[in-house]
Ligand binder design. Structure first.
Ligand SMILES: *[C@@H]1O[C@H](CO)[C@@H](O)[C@H](O)[C@H]1NC(C)=O
Ligand SMILES: *[C@@H]1O[C@H](CO)[C@@H](O)[C@H](O)[C@H]1NC(C)=O
Length: 477
């Protein structure tokens, strides 16, 4: 430690701040000087599993939890009133809730700006089923900038109502827990006037909801509909500053307001039930369910300014409801479609035609359910008038993943090569996990001939990429 011993205190404190609190505490055994220093580190990172080694059954040992709690108490007491920047606490059932809340209040008083809490409690007092509540002080902090809350199994009540909550500096809020209860977003968001990033996993909508914020720039919502998998009634996005949206949910019956004027990147992961897929494939204007699904065009129209767009297979299936109302994606440069053999490409031809400046097209897997229109974009249904995409699709670069070496895939690739006149480069990645057809006798030779042909006769540069592990398993030629 001698080399370190001569460094100035600020530098040593900085080094210590990268260690977990337990490691930092160990350094104090080494020298007296370190003992005093680590008490001043501005970051505290406490993970009870590091202390309690649950895998060795140590957690169950008598007195060990008490010992852990005393250690945290002592660390905080030693630090006194010195300012703290970051506090991370991960603990599970068995730790006294009041003490946990005492620790949280301690760091809040000392001006913590970055707080990360990962708390998994069942009712600690076995005779009370009371849900764990975070301390009131947390809802009034004037210093918090970053707040992350996680809970994997048990409930955490962290909302006190809009009138009691104001975090005037909070920029990032991440709630990653099914059971962390909070209010409707409309009531909830005004408590964070400068919030820029919001991450909500396992969000259950309460009723009609509006995500409204003028400061929000990045929004990720993994929702699961309204109460036990019903489609939400109506969802609105009034977030004109948003640049990044990741939205996963069952399709809402309506999207009355969508203000996403400045959106640059969107990941749309709409989910549908099999019943809804049947409705989508057999359009019926008399059917209420069908009409409600069709309102999805309002969401799609609202994201028309994006430059980068990702659709899942379900979302693409839903998009076929917008074939007549498809907006023109004038800024779109990058489009990624994840396919699935159970989901159709009905919307693909219209979508590609409405992306006049598309440069990069990515297909994660080419398999899809054959519908009457998909043949315009691929080779499923032979068509005389194929080539409707020819003059309109400006794609320069294509990437295809999950290639299995099937004849159908090769036909589709041929189609792309022949009908996308601007294509300069196509990279095809061989499937790594699922079975492929490269083991079929003669298939490898066929694929190679195919490649040589395109290499020789087309201006497009086509590359087949295979991982060394998969390559090793291929039969010798
Ligand atoms: C929810 O929104 C729908 C359509 O926008 C409306 O008809 C309905 O009355 C709203 N329900 C509530 C409870 O606000
Ligand atoms: C979106 O919000 C901005 C800022 O509030 C506003 O100026 C604009 O008119 C809105 N656009 C739409 C389509 O509502």
């Amino acid at each position: 430690m001698d080399g370190f011993g001569n460094l100035p205190e600020e530098v040593l404190c900085h080094i210590l701040s990268f260690l977990t609190t337990k490691e930092a505490a160990l350094t104090s055994v080494l020298s007296k000087r370190w003992l005093n220093l680590w008490k001043l580190v501005p970051n505290i990172d406490i993970d009870d599993s590091v202390f309690l080694y649950p895998e060795e059954g140590k957690r169950e040992k008598e007195g060990i939890l008490q010992c852990f709690m005393d250690f945290v108490d002592k660390v905080l007491a030693l630090q006194g009133d010195s300012p703290i920047e970051r506090f991370s606490l991960k603990c599970e059932t068995g730790i006294d809730k009041d003490r946990v809340n005492g620790w949280i209040c301690n760091v809040l008083r000392r001006g913590v700006s970055d707080l990360e809490l990962s708390l998994d409690y069942s009712g600690y007092d076995s005779d009370s089923d009371e849900i764990y509540c975070l301390p009131e002080e947390l809802f009034e902090s004037k210093t918090l900038v970053d707040l992350k809350l996680r809970s994997e199994e048990y409930g955490v009540n962290w909302w006190r109502g809009g009138e009691y909550t104001c975090l005037p500096l909070l920029k990032t809020l991440e709630i990653d827990a099914e059971w962390i209860t909070c209010d409707e977003l409309e009531m909830f968001l005004p408590a964070f006037p400068v919030l820029e990033e919001l991450y909500l996993a396992d969000k259950k909508w309460l009723w009609n909801e509006t995500v409204s914020s003028s400061s929000l720039r990045k929004l990720t919502i993994y929702a699961s509909g309204f109460e036990s998998y019903l489609n939400p009634e109506s969802i609105s996005f009034d977030t004109p500053s948003l640049v990044y949206l990741e939205y996963s949910d069952f399709v809402a019956a309506d999207y009355p307001k969508v203000n996403l004027t400045n959106l640059v990147e969107a990941h749309i992961r709409l989910m549908v039930t099999e019943g809804q897929v049947n409705l989508i494939r057999a359009p019926n204007d008399e059917d209420d369910g069908f009409l409600r699904l069709r309102n999805v065009w309002k969401l799609i129209s609202g994201i028309r300014n994006v430059q980068k767009l990702f659709f899942t297979a379900d979302a693409l299936e839903v998009l076929s409801l917008c074939c007549e109302s498809m907006p023109v994606f004038n800024n779109l440069k990058f489009l990624c479609i994840k396919s699935d053999k159970e989901r159709g490409w009905q919307a693909m031809p219209v979508l590609l035609r409405n992306c006049p400046h598309l440069e990069t097209l990515v297909f994660e897997d080419l398999s899809h359910y054959v519908t009457d229109k998909c043949g315009d974009a691929c080779d499923c249904i032979p068509r005389e008038d194929k080539g409707s995409l020819r003059s309109s699709c400006p794609v320069k670069y294509m990437k295809i993943t999950g290639f299995r070496g099937t004849i159908k895939e090769m036909k589709m690739i041929t189609h792309f090569l022949e009908y996308f006149p601007c294509l300069k480069e196509m990279n095809i990645y061989v499937e790594e996990n699922d079975p492929t057809e490269f083991e079929v006798p003669g298939r490898l030779k066929l694929v190679r001939q195919f490649w040589m042909f395109y290499d020789e006769f087309f201006i497009c540069y086509v590359k087949l990429l295979v991982s060394p592990e998969v390559y090793k398993k291929w039969p010798p030629e």
